[in-house]
Design a protein around this ligand. Sequence first.
Ligand code: PAF
Length: 282
Amino acid sequence: MDVIQSKEELHELVVAWRHHDEHIALVPTMGNLHAGHTSLVENARKFAERVVVSVYVNPTQFSPSEDFAEYPRTLDRDTRRLKKIGADVLFIPDDATVYPFGHTCATVVSVPGLTENFCGATRPGHFDGVTGVVARLFAIVQPDIAVFGQKDYQQQLVIRHMTEDLNLPIRIITANTVREKDGLAMSSRNQYLSEEERKIAPVLYEVLADIGAELQDGNRDFQRLEQSGAERLTAAGFKLDYLAIRRAQNLEEPKRDCDDLVVLASAILGKARLIDNVVVTV
Ligand code: PAF
């Protein structure tokens, strides 16, 4: 595996791969890799001969109340993991590569509408930071395919929207959420849970899966399902941010006859803000 910092060096490799008609998949990450990321790389491998994994802790997607400086940086461990699973390139651009004019003067890429609710409402500016950095990584790497996790459901919808709206010739793949044995979605944030909180955390998925099963069985009392789910989470010790049943394709309010639904939630447990979702196709 090549570890590359400069976009020129990466570009040389990309040109050589293209010359051999090889497809390129990009897996953008902020590092601190776990089994969820491994699965993104494995998914990428199904669609492309070459896999580039980027590790860049993007300052513009952190709000002032979130601690960018404290975000875990584990490059040595990440490098070992990526070597083991056979990524072709680990791309670790610096700030000047990603934001040549500095991030305070950076061009803004913004997807209105989709970013206004849910995580967009609790983390103002977050999605502009995500679309901004992903657009930049797309421009630098020029992949054919890019892979994102379903756990960040709103994020992957926002990126799909941006890619389609800007006519970027990149296929977006959404990889299934990888879970611990007890159902908890894998996330870098799980490490912030205390032992006691870790025991409570799987309740988030349990609640979403139960609502998903009700929807699958034809229950369309969305409001009641949301309310009882919220009550269960609060009773378990979560501070609820949101729990909502929405249309899977655009997060709009669903009608009773909708056949694509997603149940999505964000809830705080101690220092960790956990998110998860369940997609229901009727
Ligand atoms: O999901 C993430 O890890 C980040 O939001 C992403 C897509 C790598 C952009 O920084």
